[in-house]
Design a protein around this ligand. Structure first.
Ligand SMILES: *Cc1c(COP(=O)(O)O)cnc(C)c1O
Length: 382
């Protein structure tokens, strides 16, 4: 591991309060560590936010996406439309169930799947769409469900980054088809590792319960049956106790993220960077991402190194999935995705997390201004 400056500002950091730490201690002392009462309590609390829809916990959003695809009946020979500008989990889940990801280019302004290009990507094999709410900025749900309805497709919302985000007043998860959230430590709320799926019915929820634990169901006489091949992806009560503490603070976290995002817009004004849409209604501001000017794309590693020397960590979210080795080997890189490739080569995630100070935003902006000038980007338009 490299040596970090003591004052390194990370691009994100979870915020766990003492009350939550004490609640984890209570679980550890209780004698029941695996899936139990704390998981049920968190599922009920998440379901309340989802307007009463069934919610089940799982060990990762990756598993939630995979099980959602299985519940939607997606398998070998099927195609699933998605974006290449995401964490590789999104399309890995599609490959895991034996289906083929079909990447549609992004809209360079929103950096989300371009709704206008979905129609053209639909074939006789298309079964589902997995949109991704990158940075917590929601995909247009009206257009999404219109296109899905028109073609009879299932939707699996990869809302891993979008817990607490809204679409015209409605919280994500409270409407739509299958909705997956992640509780990885980098997300807006965490369980250490974990995730959940919001579903349409108790039938889907009981199928999900089987999928997350070996495909077993309990018989009335206390024995078990197994009628489908499930995985091992249940969540622990230790993790759920963390999630209960986090969920209480989620709205406050998002409010603080919004404030910091507003400060970024103020301090980054005039820098040669492409900024995200200034949305303070729908987004949960999971990330604040900027694009370097095209002329500096090849020097992104230098930007990251120089910022790190200034005590500031930046992230890359994400390299384009279709250009990764596995995807190239599967012949999935052939399709031209010019906006995805351009944005993926220039994108940088700036530090943004609830415990960050106002002064940190200014520090990031000043350092970025200096680094860009040193690299000769001053005045160049993004
Ligand atoms: C984090 C993330 C995932 C995977 O979540 P895990 O809980 O780590 O499995 C999937 N999709 C997107 C867009 C993510 O950001």
């Amino acid at each position: 591991m490299d040596h970090l400056p003591l004052t390194l500002l990370p691009f994100t950091r979870p915020d766990i309060d003492e009350e939550t730490i004490a609640a984890v201690g209570d679980v550890l002392r209780s004698g029941w560590l695996t899936t139990g009462p704390k998981c049920s309590e968190l599922e009920a609390a998440l379901s309340l936010r989802a307007g009463g829809r069934p919610v089940r916990l799982v060990s990762s959003a990756t598993a939630a996406l995979e099980f959602a695809l299985r519940i939607a009946g997606v398998g070998p020979g099927d195609e699933v439309i998605t974006t290449s500008l995401s964490w590789v989990a999104t399309s890995n889940a599609i490959l895991t169930v034996g289906a083929r990801p079909v990447f549609v280019d992004i809209d360079p302004v929103t950096r989300l799947i371009d709704m206008a290009q979905i129609d053209a990507a639909i074939t006789a094999h298309t079964r589902a769409i997995i949109p991704v709410d990158l940075a917590g900025f929601p995909v247009d749900r009206d257009r999404l469900y219109t296109v899905a309805g028109k073609h009879g497709l299932r939707v699996i919302e990869d809302a891993a980054q979008a817990q607490g985000a809204h679409w015209h007043g409605r919280e994500l998860g409270s409407f739509g088809d299958l909705v997956a959230f992640s509780f990885h430590p980098n997300k807006n709320m965490t369980t250490g590792e974990g995730g959940c799926l919001v579903m349409n019915s108790e039938v889907e929820a009981s199928q999900f319960e089987k999928l997350r634990l070996q495909g077993v169901s309990r018989n009335a006489d206390g024995t078990y049956d197994c009628d489908l091949l499930g995985g091992k992806a249940n969540l622990t009560d230790i993790a759920a106790a963390i999630g209960l503490g986090q969920l209480k603070r989620l709205d406050g976290f998002i409010e603080r993220r919004r404030e910091l995002a507003r400060l970024y817009f103020a301090h980054l004004d005039g820098l040669p960077l492409n900024l995200p849409p200034a949305d303070f209604v729908h987004s949960n501001w999971h990330m604040f991402q900027v694009l370097l000017p095209a002329g500096l794309a090849a020097r992104r590693a230098d930007v990251i190194r120089l910022m790190r020397e200034a005590g500031i960590a930046l992230g890359i979210h994400y390299p384009a999935i279709h250009l990764m080795t596995l995807y190239r080997e599967l012949g999935l890189a052939a399709q031209a995705l010019p906006h995805t490739e351009s944005v993926a080569s220039r994108i940088l995630t700036l530090p943004l997390f609830p415990a960050m100070q106002d002064a940190d935003v200014k520090r990031v902006a000043l350092a970025l201004d200096r680094v860009l000038r040193d690299l000769g980007a001053a005045g160049e338009s993004a």
